[in-house]
Design a protein around this ligand. Structure first.
Ligand code: ZN
Length: 111
């Protein structure tokens, strides 16, 4: 399940989580029309978030990859909850570590 949020830096408010990109657009439009007369607040943020409420775009690449895997594993158990289960976070770490070790092994064997 995908989760999105809109944040207005000017008002210092963040929208509730929505699950569709169309709903995110509507939330942003409604906020702009109601509070800013249709203007786009500087530095507003809108986008997909992980189960911890962090914007993927704001995460470093490795942390974003970890979050996506941990989100997917946590969603397998329950899509209604927030946060990562400890086993999902550990599984994501193990998976990334295993792929890195495998890549290292392949490079070492090719040399
Ligand atoms: Zn605002």
């Amino acid at each position: 399940m995908r989760r999105y949020r809109y944040r207005c830096i000017v008002c210092r408010t963040t929208s509730p989580v929505v699950t569709e990109i169309e709903a995110l657009t509507a939330v942003g439009e409604a906020h702009r029309q109601t509070l800013h007369g249709g203007h786009f607040p500087d530095d507003e943020i809108a986008g997909q978030i992980d189960r911890l409420g962090r914007w993927y775009a704001a995460l470093p690449p490795l942390a974003a990859l970890h979050a996506r895997i941990a989100d997917a594993l946590s969603d397998l158990h329950d899509i209604k909850t927030a946060g990562h289960y400890w086993w999902a976070s550990a599984g994501a770490t193990l998976l990334i570590g295993a792929v890195a070790a495998l890549a290292l092994l392949l490079v070492a064997s090719a040399l």
